[in-house]
Design a protein around this ligand. Sequence first.
Ligand code: NAI
Length: 328
Amino acid sequence: SKAPVRVAVTGAAGQIGYSLLFRIASGEMLGKDQPVILQLLDLPQAQKAVKGVMMELEDCAFPLLAGMVATDDPNVAFKDAQIALLVGARPRGPGMERKDLLTENAKIFTVQGAAIGQYADPNIKVLVVGNPCNTNAYIAMKTAEKFGRVNTKNFTGMLRLDHNRALSQLASKTGRSVSSLTKLVVWGNHSPTMYADYRFCLSNGDNVKALVNDDVWNSDVFLPTVGKRGAAIIEARGLSSAASAANAAIDHIRDWVLGSNGEWVTMGVPSDGSYGIPEGIIYGVPCITENGEYKVVKDLEIDAFSRERMTVTLNELLEEREGVKDLL
Ligand code: NAI
């Protein structure tokens, strides 16, 4: 049988954690033959709640759950970790400016980036879910880089929820099944500025843009619906999306580790300079994953409408980078 994989999860006592951990332990993320050890990080005041979640994990008697630790020390949580899901973050409080949110989170992600850089497995795969997730991933990557140990290409941000939201909207618009849809991309930042692009999208060989055949729907209904979906969930539920966020995190890591079988998946990855995105910026791009590695799909044609959208979301990321540069 396989050796267990060490999976670090931060914010383990939170909403997303409560959906995520059980699915990781059941084998939905790394495969039904892959044992896992969960290394759970949360704040000191949340340790009691983490213990409660661990009691429930025990009570599931998952055959693949080979061990668990709970800690408030990032150096312990990331020790030898091969996968890290950075979910815990400082939420935006009343009266808090965007800038304050950025700097408060920057403090968290410099500490965690340093712990990963020093103690994690050198090939650790990192997915940042906690918002602002692209910039938090950038901060963790830049900090980890200083230690020269870990592969910093493997710091990613989560655009998969936007990707899945867009798939679902397109399926209902076209009357096609979600599973028939391929080659969707969500460019840029995980924020309302993201650009969900179905120009290349196919459904059983049919071009989805031609099936939709409605540019006004694209700009006035589809893009705002996908971009503001998080706010719509908060409005309806009184809480932010959690199960769907956990599901997207599972999809992101599963496809990265087990492969996307030639299909495109959207990942926020450090730019290699393609599509005019400055190197290192964590930007949503189409990827094909194979043998535990992602490859960015290159040389797609970018029309004027798309370029404009891609620039808006890039500019937001450049502003965020500017806002945290003194902390790096
Ligand atoms: P939550 O507030 O229910 O849980 C967050 C947990 O993180 C809490 O247990 C808290 O104690 C912990 N935490 C805070 N600071 C920490 C630190 N420095 N180290 C370790 N743990 C820490 O929040 P929820 O609903 O689970 O969401 C978590 C994050 O995910 C938020 O930032 C949210 O905005 C983000 N999110 C991202 C999505 C995406 O698509 N990228 C989608 C949905 C949510």
